[in-house]
Design a protein around this ligand. Structure first.
Ligand code: URA
Length: 439
């Protein structure tokens, strides 16, 4: 096959065949096609798009470019979830123990935080002793024994995605729905679960800021998963404010524990229940949403979900005592309140900026190699639509190093718009793109 001809074909809007896509992906990963040709191809895809069949073929070729996890030793239904990322979105560590307590096995490989978004792996590493680096055999064993395991992505998972993502990043081709869908789904397919539930975020803290693009991404990924033989569904949920109250790694673990021990309700719990319900329905463990909710409420109030989390922590060398004594988690030296400069109601929160404020304090990173401080972050005390009076606390900053505190506080105050009139509240769950047994 001739690479320039394939680039021309795509540039002219003609679909690539399965063989052509496989040729391009495998030879690129083998170092036989140079970056400049793949860059041109990515730009041609950015402009002309991809058909559903091409997107599926690209995803499968990327998934098969490295190891595909073999979960066959784990009995029962194996489920995975994915969120497209946001701020204070710690649903994974609520959903996984909840559904595990209902009999569904969760084998999940997660990523680290970058930019304004947090990452599950960083959150888990704030638990003393917790290890996210596990061999495939210990991963499988922990899922079998505890019902769940969350680990870092193994080095050889979808290597084509690592190479293509790095190239997209420097060629302005990240924001292409078929390329994003193939990137996310290649990793999901390589992780090997039977059931996949996606949470696509939309709003000012999300990758997909507008609702139609988020819905289109969700539908594209559901089609890919279905074509690849998976049971898959997706939710499109709001990210126009941090989902939970706490932004920062150990702070988010505290909030997760509070949800699982029944002390906290609110949007984080609502979205977690919605995702967990979809997993139970898509897995066939529950028949209807009411049935799923009943099972989940029972897993929560009986303490079984929290127990599943504690067992996973122990199996991965962490201190399971954190679930009863969250004070064992790292905590920051200083707690500083940021107060409202004016009274009114919270009309707007620039969610990505709030994520950046936490990153400035040390909770996140700009570059992949940057170190993070697990203890620091921001606890929001107000949400969209809340009334505030001048001088009232909007958030508490948990700080270890005061060097960047002023910068972070100033940016935070610019992120919150307070006005006289009541805000128009966004919906929390926009769409559920359900699993269809007949497809
Ligand atoms: N997340 C991914 O894993 N890939 C993308 O392309 C975008 C977001």
């Amino acid at each position: 096959m001739n690479v320039p001809q394939l680039i021309c074909q795509k540039k002219n809007g003609e679909p690539l065949s399965r063989e052509q896509i496989r040729f391009l992906v495998s030879n690129y990963v083998a170092g036989k096609i140079p970056d400049y040709q793949i860059s041109a191809l990515l730009m041609a895809i950015w402009f002309t798009g991809m058909t559903a069949a091409e997107t599926t073929e690209l995803t499968i070729a990327m998934a098969e470019s490295g190891d595909v996890a073999d979960l066959s030793a784990i009995e029962g239904v194996k489920a995975d979830k994915h969120s497209t990322g946001g701020v204070a979105d710690s649903t994974t560590l609520i959903v996984a123990p909840l559904v595990a307590a209902c009999g569904c096995k969760v084998a999940k490989m997660s990523g680290r935080g970058l930019g304004h978004t947090g990452g599950t792996i960083d959150k888990l590493e704030s638990i003393p002793g917790f290890s996210v680096d596990q061999s495939m055999s210990s991963f499988v064993q922990t899922v079998s024994d505890c019902g769940l395991s969350v680990i870092g992505q193994t080095a050889d998972l979808a290597p084509a995605d690592k190479l293509l993502y790095a190239l997209r990043d420097v060629t302005c081709t990240v924001d292409s729905i078929p390329l994003i869908a193939a990137s996310i789904m290649s990793k999901k397919l390589a992780t090997g679960s039977d059931v996949i539930v996606l949470d696509v975020k939309t709003g000012n803290g999300a990758f997909m800021q507008d609702l139609p693009s988020a819905v289109c991404l969700a539908e594209t990924m559901v089609k890919i998963g279905t074509a690849a033989g998976k049971k898959i569904s997706a939710l499109v949920t709001d990210m126009n404010q941090p989902l939970g109250s706490n932004v920062g790694n150990a702070l988010e673990i505290r909030e997760i524990i509070d949800v699982l021990n029944g002390k906290r309700s609110g949007d984080l719990k609502t979205v977690s229940f919605a995702i967990a319900s979809q997993i139970l329905i898509t897995s066939g463990i529950a028949s209807r949403i009411e049935h799923a909710h009943e099972k989940l409420e029972n897993a929560l109030t009986s303490g079984r979900a929290l127990d599943c989390l504690a067992r996973m922590i122990a199996a991965q060398s962490g201190n399971p005592g954190v679930v009863d004594q969250p004070e064992l988690l790292p905590s920051a030296q200083l707690q500083i309140a940021v107060t409202a400069q004016t009274g009114g109601s919270i009309k707007f929160i620039d969610t990505a900026r709030v994520g950046h404020c936490a990153a400035i304090l040390g909770a996140g990173r700009k570059k992949k190699q940057d170190p993070i401080d697990p203890a620091v972050g921001i606890c929001m005390e107000k949400r969209l639509g809340d009334q505030v009076v001048k001088g009232e606390t909007l958030a508490v900053f948990h700080v270890n190093d005061e060097k960047h505190l002023r910068e972070s506080m100033e940016l935070f105050l610019k992120s919150i718009v307070i006005e006289e009139n009541y805000a128009d509240l966004p919906k929390l769950i926009y769409e559920v793109i359900g699993f269809d047994e007949k497809k």
